[in-house]
Write a protein that binds this ligand. Structure first.
Ligand SMILES: NC(=O)c1ccc[n+]([C@@H]2O[C@H](COP(=O)([O-])OP(=O)(O)OC[C@H]3O[C@@H](n4cnc5c(N)ncnc54)[C@H](O)[C@@H]3O)[C@@H](O)[C@H]2O)c1
Ligand SMILES: O=C(O)[C@H](O)COP(=O)(O)O
Length: 526
């Protein structure tokens, strides 16, 4: 009988499902070294946000086949390490949506009426009605940052409470925002106009410290902010200072840069701050939902069946998957790449299978390309099962074509995306059947392997330009790992591709575009 380790508190409903097919051991709050010691015995691990499934744990879990996260965020799991080991990682993308949305709304009302501080005051023997005069949310403006599942529900309820709604989400169409009664605006306008701001976005390099001192300074002195998404989206030190100095009026936090919350200035902010210990998903209903959702997937994978919300592998038949794996990787990488070049709001994706590749099944390739295209916006939420649906809901028009006549290399994949930054294209091949090479970008021939951080310029092919970019990057302490230029004609238009060791520091892209001869500059992070 397979063995499942449940290392965080999950609802009994999930344990009952697992017990039908496996021996289930519930051992919560295990220190890391203990977890590393016991994990080799287990075929599956079921967790919430408490257990940190590091590369060390994954390495030790030599029998692990699946890691099930009873919740949404898999940021406590080293997913690339699991993928490399062939371990399926599954989550429950929707089981706690309502719980998290209701918690954000409760936090907004708690902030407005000082409920936690008033409660404390009464319990300590006081009867102080004057200190806790609040404000109403009715007819106030709520700025929703991230109009996905949780943000949409918050918007729907807030609208029913008579609030005016603004939303910032670069990956959502204005039609979808209008359906929810929201005016889609840019972040600056939202910061300036909102009385309340609620964050419902994933934590990514783009959203880390999105709310920093500069953003806080743009907000009204009466504004209040709620973060029930992920710690680190708000710069906590800047927030504590802003609250102390009256830059804004209040903040309610459920998530923190470090959890459990360390001794920080946040704990001594009085009634201007409402703090909860990551309780967004902690309702009876959500815990039953996520436990059942994830336990069923663990059971299915242990029985050799596919999982419906796999974060890291396609929901395709294992034999097909094995055969197509390198092509799926190629399509996903190119999708991610071209999606970033074309900007957030993608309207159209054209996928062309060329040469020998034209003979393989298009469907999984299209799904993989869409998964890559949406991964910047949706992170672990998008998988091979929901990529097509997510693309459809975002109004992305997909065109699939094949051309067996195009014979550059034996087979190649061409993707072209039309988005808010214009139309961009990329072509890639598999060298030796496994190694990805980008062979064309925006119709300029190149030959580069994709790397984690890349910088591209479209420029005039003229002497000195490469040196200028090199010096500029050097002056910002950016190390160049490799560099290549592609051009169609001498002294005409050209493209430069640089692999860099770290993400580009803020502001440098604007400096690059000021260099004479540079027309456009883009970064891609894979
Ligand atoms: N506190 C909790 O216990 C709790 C519970 C559940 C979920 N969460 C967190 O809540 C967040 C939202 O979850 P969800 O299920 O609604 O996710 P979702 O994927 O449905 O929605 C996220 C939205 O954010 C948008 N987005 C991505 N990058 C953005 C950016 N840079 N700026 C603006 N918008 C951006 C996406 O387009 C998407 O519409 C996640 O971080 C999740 O981990 C927390
Ligand atoms: O990502 C999630 O689902 C939430 O952050 C909830 O985390 P939890 O399961 O630890 O409550």
């Amino acid at each position: 009988m397979p063995k499942v380790l449940v290392s965080d508190p999950v609802d009994q409903a999930g344990i009952d499902i697992l017990s039908q097919v496996a021996q289930v051991d519930v051992r919560t709050s295990l220190p890391l070294e203990e977890l590393v010691k016991v994990v080799p015995d287990y075929d599956a691990l079921m967790i919430r946000s408490g257990t940190k499934v590091t590369a060390e744990v994954i390495e030790a879990g030599r029998n692990l086949k699946i890691i099930g996260r009873a919740g949404v965020g898999v940021d406590n799991v080293d997913v690339p390490a699991a993928t490399r080991r062939g371990i399926v990682v599954v989550n429950s993308p929707e089981g706690n949506t309502i719980a998290a949305a209701e918690h954000a709304l409760a936090m907004m009302l708690s902030l407005s009426r000082y409920i936690p501080s008033a409660d404390q005051s009464v319990k300590s023997g006081e009867w102080n009605r004057k200190a806790f005069t609040g404000v109403e949310v009715y007819k106030k403006t709520l700025g929703v940052v991230g109009l996905g599942k949780i943000g949409s529900h918050v918007a729907t309820v807030a609208r029913a409470m008579g609030m005016r709604l603004l939303a910032f989400d670069p990956y959502i169409s204005s039609e979808r925002a209008e359906e929810l009664g929201c005016r889609l605006v840019d972040l600056d306008l939202l910061l300036q106009e909102a009385d309340y701001i609620t964050l419902h976005i994933p934590k990514t390099p783009d959203t880390t410290h999105l709310i920093n001192a500069e953003a806080l300074a743009k907000m009204k002195p009466t504004a209040r902010i709620v973060n029930c998404a992920r710690g680190g989206i708000i710069d906590e030190a800047a927030l504590a200072t802003a609250l102390e100095q009256g830059v804004i009026a209040g903040a309610a936090l459920d998530v923190y840069e470090q959890e459990p919350l360390a001794e920080t200035g946040l704990r001594s902010l009085g009634k201007a701050a409402v703090l909860t210990p990551h309780l967004g998903a902690s309702t009876a209903e959500a815990q039953v939902n996520v436990a059942i959702d994830v336990a069923e997937q663990i059971r299915d994978v242990l029985l050799g069946l596919p999982a419906r919300s796999a974060v890291n592998i396609p929901g395709l038949r294992p034999d097909i998957l094995e055969r197509l794996r390198p092509y799926l990787q190629l399509a996903e990488t190119l999708g991610n790449f071209v999606g970033q070049l074309a900007g957030g709001r993608i309207e159209q994706l054209h996928i062309r299978l060329q040469g020998d590749l034209a003979e393989i099944d298009t469907k999984p390739i299209v799904i993989a390309a869409l998964k890559g295209l949406l991964s910047h916006a949706l992170q672990e939420r998008v998988n091979y099962v929901n990529a097509s649906l997510e693309a459809k809901e975002r109004g992305i028009h997909v065109i699939e074509t094949r051309d067996s006549e195009i014979k550059d290399y034996t087979g190649s994949l061409y993707l072209s995306a039309k988005g808010s930054l214009g139309t961009h294209s990329v072509t890639g091949v598999l060298l030796g059947g496994t190694e990805i090479r980008i062979t064309d970008m925006d119709n300029f021939p190149i030959n580069v392997p994709p790397t984690k951080y890349m910088l591209f310029t479209l420029h005039r092919d003229m002497p000195g330009i490469i040196g200028k970019i090199g010096s500029l990057l050097g002056s910002f302490n950016v190390n160049i790992a490799s560099m290549q230029v592609g051009r169609k004609i001498v002294r005409g238009d050209a493209v430069m591709v640089l692999s860099i060791d770290d993400p580009l520091p803020e502001g440098i892209l604007a400096e690059i575009t000021k260099v004479p001869g540079i027309r456009e500059a883009y970064t891609v992070a894979l």
